[in-house]
Design a protein around this ligand. Structure first.
Ligand code: THU
Length: 132
């Protein structure tokens, strides 16, 4: 899998962040099983709880265009240290992620780590718990 391309897209979307309150930019790139990639940035709000993370922006863009399953998610926040997806985004990735979904946590195209979803959200609550 071409992680470098996915990270490049996440970096591009990071520049689109609307984050005047935290001043923390995040970009994400979501690879779906169709092969399409959707980018996203964090979008903050004066009512802080209305903020949307970069990962969910990209996921919801793809799902609303008819994408079904996520193969990989790249995320770039801080350029100095690895920025892990927040808990809410992890839960949303689980909803649409294949069993083998890869999470690429990057500072740049040459400095990244790859995690399995089970590593970063073990024991996740899934649709099977609802009989679905
Ligand atoms: N943020 C993301 O976009 N993704 C994450 O996984 C962690 C946090 C954003 C939300 C908010 O705009 C800023 O980072 C600070 O929390």
């Amino acid at each position: 899998m071409d992680y470098k391309n996915l990270i490049k897209i996440a970096l591009d979307y990071r520049e689109r962040a609307y984050s005047p309150y935290s001043e923390f930019k995040v970009g994400a790139a979501i690879l779906f099983d169709s092969g399409e990639i959707y980018g996203g940035c964090n979008i903050e709000n004066a009512s802080f709880g209305a903020t949307n993370c970069a990962e969910r922006t990209g996921i919801f863009r793809g799902i609303s265009e008819g994408e079904k399953r996520i193969k990989a998610v790249a995320v770039v926040g801080s350029l100095e240290e690895y920025t892990f997806p927040c808990g809410i985004c992890r839960q949303v990735i689980v909803e649409f992620g294949d069993e083998d979904v890869k999470i690429i946590i990057a500072k740049n195209e040459d400095d990244y780590i790859v995690k399995d979803m089970n590593d970063i959200l073990p024991g996740a609550f899934k649709k099977e718990a609802l009989g679905k």
